[in-house]
Write a protein that binds this ligand. Structure first.
Ligand SMILES: [Zn+2]
Length: 291
């Protein structure tokens, strides 16, 4: 089949109408090429002038100071970027509302508290606080743990509320990474700071001192031991604590089923109080004075 030749109608933009215009265009292109060539020469000359004194020195001697200079220049930027990351995990969320409290669900309280805490940490500016989930996001503990590892967090606080629909119950308790796992000691230190903060704010501490270990047995039943029990248990604790890869504590802020607890640590003002306690404990853990 013969090849079809496309013809453009006269006056189509970009198509020269006559030889005069074609010549003008060629001349313009020539000038442009000359200018580019000139620019290239000038650039090369400047580069040579800059590089020649360096070339006259021995390569090893000249490489070292330049290298140091680059590193010194880069250092402040790296320091500014490398604020310690604190993962803040608002428990539950999305389809998982958590325990039913007195007129609210647990996930509303954990979100509110996390927001207050984020505001305090951001205003402080010495740490890099990051949330493990969005407001209405449904997310599993395994996915939360993966996010904490991805953000390379140095500390994790998981915020929850206790519940006892029958007796209401009362008091504060938290669960650090248990014995036998890496970072147990650093997690306990954070747990103790939290329990101390809540006690000072008027909470009663559950168990021996509010810092306890929780395990699930093979039937999925929970059982709790006290901080004074150093025994290493093979049963798993909370998935998030087992998998997050950093010092971590799960905090049961208050009983969402107890009105006095809610007023103190779960209401709007209560969430603010709790956030302040978390903020101060986080600062203490990092060796910073709370502002
Ligand atoms: Zn919970």
């Amino acid at each position: 089949m013969p090849r079809q030749i496309r013809t453009l109608p006269p006056g189509t933009p970009g198509r020269p109408r006559n030889w005069k215009e074609l010549r003008r265009r060629r001349r313009r292109r020539l000038w442009l090429r000359r200018l580019l060539l000139l620019g290239g020469f000038a650039g090369a000359a400047a580069l040579l002038a800059f590089a020649l004194p360096g070339l006259s020195r021995p390569v090893l001697a000249s490489a070292a100071p330049e290298d140091t200079a680059i590193r010194q220049e880069a250092a402040p930027q790296t320091a500014a970027e490398a604020l310690p990351v604190v993962a803040i995990d608002p428990g539950h969320g999305g389809d998982d509302v958590g325990a039913e409290g007195l007129g609210f669900y647990e996930d509303e309280m954990t979100w509110k508290t996390a927001q207050e805490l984020m505001a305090l940490l951001e205003a402080d500016g010495r740490l890099d606080p990051r949330l493990t989930r969005e407001e209405e996001e449904t997310i599993t503990p395994t996915e939360r743990a993966a996010r904490v590892r991805e953000m390379d967090a140095q500390l994790l606080l998981s915020i929850h509320g206790n519940s006892d629909p029958v007796y209401g119950s009362a008091g504060y308790e938290c669960y650090p990474v248990p014995p036998g796992r890496a970072r147990n000691g650093e997690s306990v230190r954070f747990g103790e700071l939290l329990a101390q903060g809540f006690e000072e704010a008027g909470a009663s501490l559950r168990g021996e001192n509010g810092v306890r270990y929780l395990y699930y047995d093979e039937d999925g039943d929970k059982w709790i031991t006290e901080l004074s029990d150093p025994e290493v248990h093979w049963e798993f604790s909370f998935t998030l604590l087992e998998q997050c890869g950093c010092p971590a504590v799960l905090s049961e802020q208050c009983f969402v089923t107890n009105s006095a607890d809610v007023a103190a640590f779960g209401s709007d003002t209560g969430c603010r109080t709790s956030a302040r306690i978390y903020y101060e404990a986080i600062c203490d853990w990092f060796g910073l004075t709370p502002s």
